[in-house]
Design a binder for this molecule. Structure first.
Ligand SMILES: *[C@@H]1O[C@H](CO)[C@@H](O)[C@H](O)[C@H]1NC(C)=O
Ligand SMILES: *[C@@H]1O[C@H](CO)[C@@H](O)[C@H](O)[C@H]1NC(C)=O
Ligand SMILES: *[C@@H]1O[C@H](CO)[C@@H](O)[C@H](O)[C@H]1NC(C)=O
Ligand SMILES: *[C@@H]1O[C@H](CO)[C@@H](O)[C@H](O)[C@H]1NC(C)=O
Length: 488
């Protein structure tokens, strides 16, 4: 069965179903403090500023987390509201919605294993918050998102100011804001309320509902973003903007898919090609920062793991937690095991080194293969897919150029810098990595201590996070027009 037929039925949410503010035929926006007349001066000036907003030179989104911090999960710090407060959200390129845990949430966690104090967003405490209602009932617009690992979020929509670090010079940023519609999460399930939970999740998918699309449609940014996940010190670089250095080869994004899909041509282990996808057929591969491990169909994974372990014939591996193939090893992984290279259309290649496809388990000297069979998922839709998550995307610069519908991939030192071009002035500015969000001086406010560095991923934590969105429902007691987006 065609993968796309199966997999993609996300519902378009925000921009289709309602139009913000005055004159927007479909949905009326009500201010939480009452009528238009009650609008504060501040609110008005913000409104004007937004209306005259110009293209931002680039947006630097500080990120933390990652293998080094023991989470296998990358998160960003984002300011919301007026006065603004900081929220720590999972960064996910496999889904579109942006939501945070909301004040009415009864079961939301208050602290996470990452040592981050969690908070609940309160629209009533933000002068700039607006509730979003749907016609004809004028009830709040509700949303629901279900992720590939079965976790979900339900709530209602709000719009508020979201604060960014706008790139303003070499290694310099200034604060900028934009009005963004997002979900106020009332009930979350699965990993989203576990000990690995954070304040919410920001989806960097391409649909019109994502924050990126909202920023782009307000003319603030071009639809180009990039990440470089630092496997050594955690965090890395996550930016919206035009990367000019390093330069990269690019591979086409498959059109009309709801994830970032590219075509894999072959897989090479050392000098041997082990999987050659027939010309023109190509193997669809999803690039997904919200998933920790990599998933391959059994027909590819089996020969791949045989080739990997063939170089260490005497190694005895054991199945740990019924899930991971693990072994004890006290020598250099990179000396002992081969590099695996994924070749994509247009000669773009992704070299994955042993220290990135194995991860350290929580006892010393124990490593496990970070690759799994796609058939592990309940979703039949992914059984034939390759999904590349954080582990293999670590220490790579991944550029998503949606303007030109291409994806760039290259090795990069994610503790170093990249250069962004300001589309308006033509200036080129360096942007540096962030590693420890609690110590970065962005968005004001008291420091929140971060977790002590741990070098190992731990099972039962986010190792299994799989945040591709498969079903993004939007139900609004059927008052709100909603559209199901089928990609065929
Ligand atoms: C993708 O969608 C657009 C707009 O709906 C359509 O014009 C285009 O032909 C589609 N492309 C493919 C390859 O299906
Ligand atoms: C594997 O074990 C055999 C027998 O103990 C030994 O002769 C051989 O050198 C070992 N191979 C490696 C790669 O360690
Ligand atoms: C990566 O960049 C950082 C910062 O510039 C530098 O200290 C480090 O040595 C670099 N690492 C490698 C492997 O080149
Ligand atoms: C992050 O920075 C804070 C404050 O500067 C410090 O206490 C903490 O140990 C740092 N954490 C890591 C993982 O480096």
């Amino acid at each position: 069965m065609g993968v796309r037929n199966l997999i993609i039925f996300c519902v378009l949410v925000f921009s289709i179903d309602f139009v913000d503010g005055e004159g927007g035929g479909i949905v009326k926006v009500k201010h939480i403090f009452g009528s238009e007349a009650d609008r504060s001066l501040k609110d008005l000036s913000v409104h004007d500023k937004n209306r005259h907003g110009r293209l931002l030179a680039g947006v630097n989104i500080p990120i933390g987390g990652g293998k080094y911090t023991g989470t296998g999960l990358y998160y960003a710090k984002i300011g919301i509201g007026n006065p603004s407060d900081d929220y720590y959200v999972i960064v996910d390129t496999g889904s579109d919605a942006f939501w945070v845990n909301c004040i009415e949430c009864k079961q939301c966690p208050t602290k996470s294993n990452f040592g981050i104090k969690l908070k609940l967003y309160n629209p009533k405490a933000s002068l700039s918050a607006k509730l979003i209602t749907c016609k004809p009932s004028d009830k709040l617009c509700e949303y629901r998102v279900v992720y590939g690992d079965g976790s979900s979020t339900d709530g209602y929509l709000v719009s508020d100011l979201v604060w960014f670090d706008q790139v303003s010079g070499n290694l310099a940023t200034t604060s900028a804001d934009a009005r963004i519609k997002f979900g106020c999460g009332l009930e979350q399930t699965g990993n989203l309320v576990s000990s690995t939970a954070l304040d919410g999740l920001i989806g960097f998918g391409a649909s019109s509902t994502s924050m990126l699309s909202q920023l782009a449609s307000s003319g603030k940014v071009k639809k180009k973003f990039a990440h470089c996940l630092d496997g050594k010190y955690g965090g890395g670089i996550f930016i919206i903007g035009d990367v000019v250095e390093p330069t990269q080869k690019t591979t086409p994004l498959i059109p009309n898919t709801s994830h970032y899909n590219v075509i894999m041509k072959s897989i090479q282990v050392g000098n041997t090609i082990i999987s050659n996808f027939k010309a023109g057929v190509g193997k669809e591969t999803i690039i997904d920062s919200g998933t920790t491990l990599a998933y391959l169909p059994g027909a590819i994974l089996d020969p791949l793991r045989q080739m990997i372990f063939a170089s260490q014939a005497n190694l005895s591996t054991q199945l740990t937690k019924d899930l991971f193939e693990c072994f004890h090893f006290d020598k250099s992984l990179d000396d002992a095991f081969p590099t695996v290279t994924f070749h994509f259309q247009n000669s773009v290649q992704l070299d994955v080194y042993p220290h990135d496809y194995f991860f350290a388990f929580n006892e010393y000297g124990k490593y496990c293969l970070g690759w799994q069979d796609s058939r592990r998922f309940k979703f039949e839709a992914v059984h034939d897919l390759i999904i590349l998550g954080d582990l293999v995307l670590t220490n790579k610069l991944v550029v998503y150029d949606l303007e030109n519908q291409v994806l760039g991939l290259s090795d990069h030192n994610c503790s170093s810098t990249i250069e962004l071009k300001d589309e308006v002035s033509g200036a080129v500015n360096e942007v540096a990595a962030s590693h420890n969000l609690s110590s970065s001086p962005v968005h004001h406010r008291k420091d929140i201590s971060s977790s002590p560095a741990r070098y190992h991923l731990e099972f039962g934590r986010v190792v299994k996070l799989f945040l591709l969105c498969f079903v993004l429902f939007y139900y609004v007691s059927f008052d709100c027009t909603f559209t199901i987006f089928h990609v065929v």
